[in-house]
Design a protein around this ligand. Sequence first.
Ligand code: HEM
Length: 476
Amino acid sequence: MMTILSVLFVVGLLAVLARSLFFVPPELRHLPRVPILPLLWSYLRAEEENKRLRRLILPFADRKEEVVLVWALGRWMVHILDHKVGAEVFSDPGEFPKEDPPDDLLLWRLIGRSNILLSNGERWRKHSRLVRTAINQTLPIAQFAVLARRLIAVIARTSDTGEPVRFDDLSQRFALDAVGTTAFGHDFDAIARESEFVRLYNGIMHGIANPLYLIMPVLERVVPRTELTRRMQQLSDSFQGVLDEKRENPGPDMLTFMLKDVNMSDRELRDNMLLLFIAGHDTSAGGITTLIYYLALHRDIQVRARQEVLQVLGEEADPTLEDLPKLRYLTACIREALRINTPISYVVPRASAATTTLGRYRIPPHTSIVLNIYAIHHSAHNWADPFRFDPDRFLVAGSQKGVAAASPSISFGLGPRQCPAQAFAVDEQLVLTAMLLRACEWVIPENSVHAKEIQNAFSPFALSLPHKVDVLVTRR
Ligand code: HEM
């Protein structure tokens, strides 16, 4: 009898817990909704972001739904699936400010709140003016070329042994050195060696992504992970160290520029540094690996891109800022790689300030709203054959940069809060891949798990980053 009662008690408790965790607020029940069980199952078995989105969310976009309700990270959010609706919402950061993120989620504690990403109103304008100007003061093309040469030397050493090159690892190292040297004037020297910094950061991100804590962020209060928070503090202290060092040794980097602003506290500078570090390397690395992968898969496209590079740069000269707009086909390849394997699948949630209408649906105030970039990038209503890698779709006659003005390609977001480092990120990729195309040729090994389709790592934070991508490289 006691056993039956205990079982009933536990089942009842679980039912109450499940109801409070996954309960759909009545004011959102009129919206189309992704069923909760397949979503939870997807998180629990650590399914990759792009596969989950393709299976569970894209069908709503293909049915021309403008929005869909999705449960993630402890709450229901409205995902915008329509480019026009997205443009309306994201052009107005006053009406749709960034939502104050839940403190239980360690990701937000790591990034901090005193930075450009999570602030709103006047505070955001202050951060944005400074960070945007710092990133774009001079695009560090020559530094990208220095790092590309370092990377090519490492690749050549491996390829001479006949071994494949693990490209996602190398591109992460390259992107890290790119952001380290240009943003902080700090050389992690990650291309050449295993960096302590990177190991610490990767370990922290792995810990934060524990599925149990993602499904029940409240666990962080019940069973706090003290070792993980200690390592987060260690990372934050390391950034404070770089900041202190920069005060003593200024240079031509973004941080030196930001340090001149007397209105910025140390806390604000450190939070922005951490953000630039996080926002600036995984996304770029993911974009680079995807591009290398598709160029390996489609040899004809690789050959065409190489011909363009040789025509514009010749065999020897490093790319300059003036050369880059002439690499129209390679730019189209980069845009297409960013579309097909979108590094950031959806953006940081906004909260509606008042009742609003999105497409056909009424949305109550204080609803979490995100722009689902993946769905817009893969909807058959926006693109012919959306899962085919086809750079030509970005070669629009008369367009300077090979990008159509009204294109629903939104890898960098929409509106005033879109990525301030678009030029930085695209130029970084242009310089590296142009120099790689000139130095070598590459293919995917026949037995690769990526032979049919690119495989990404699991990420709970809307990132699609290729995982264990080996390529066979030969010198030209
Ligand atoms: C291919 C590479 C990249 C992609 C696809 C990308 C994508 C994005 C997207 C979609 C957003 C908008 C987020 C939102 O609306 O909530 C964003 C914001 C941001 N990105 Fe990037 N990004 C890339 C590279 C970089 C790099 C290299 C840096 C820094 C060096 C950077 C710094 C930032 C910052 C500071 C913001 C916040 C802007 C704000 O809230 O006003 N990103 N990025």
